[in-house]
Design a protein around this ligand. Sequence first.
Ligand code: OOG
Ligand code: MG
Length: 264
Amino acid sequence: MSNNNSNNSNINIKDVAQLVDDAAVNAEAISQLSAQGYSLTLAQAYQVQEQSVSNRLTRGEKQVGIKMGFTSRAKMIQMGVDDMIWGPLTDAMFIEEGGETNWQEYVHPRVEPEIAFLLKKPLSGNVTLAEVMASVEAVAPALEIIDSRYANFKFSLEDVVADNCSSSGFTLGAWQNAETDIANLGMVMEFDGEAVEIGSSAGILGNPWRSLAAAARVAGEAGKVLPAGSIVLAGASTAAYPLRPGVHVRLNCEKLGIAEFTVK
Ligand code: OOG
Ligand code: MG
């Protein structure tokens, strides 16, 4: 399809941001941006993301960290993409430990097992793994709810970046000592006590610490700093699994413990 939006030098970033932002607010799926005549470059997709996150901040949400996406083969294969992505997390996405989230708020949500870092020092740019590890206060098991605003959960890399990387919810288990060896931990995600996805933290770039180094690098490239006190989600270690109303989801992560929530 083509219309007068199809020349990507003419794209109005604010208009496209409004499209994805409205879809998120109304929990209503939209067509992929290319099918709406917007063929974005990846750089433009990040501009759309920044604008739609800025709309959220204007509504009173606070940024609490960032999430990395497609840091595992399992996720890249599931979604048919081959590059890492990142996007901001806000306080409105946070679900209290063991808390509830409302099915009504989502289009077609999925959940995935992750590991979270809590920074005690700011991070930005090219940093060694040793520097990255020295910047972390604590690590925790985490569950991320992703909910693409695109119909059928189908998108290009540019679409998903523009849609703030499908970010819509996350919960954390108790924070654990940052010196815990997290390189290869068994991760079992259960729905009502039944295992639905089983993986290892090694699925995340071979070692989740590499995802934090990558987060620092991409933040630096975007001229940003990950501040002390912020949370970084390392990306899913397994494919994501579709949520359903009423389900209790629990991640049991070796050494780190449990993260859980219920869908109302
Ligand atoms: C995009 C988000 C990817 C991850 O952990 O890999 C992501 C999506 O799959 O919709 O959060
Ligand atoms: Mg994720």
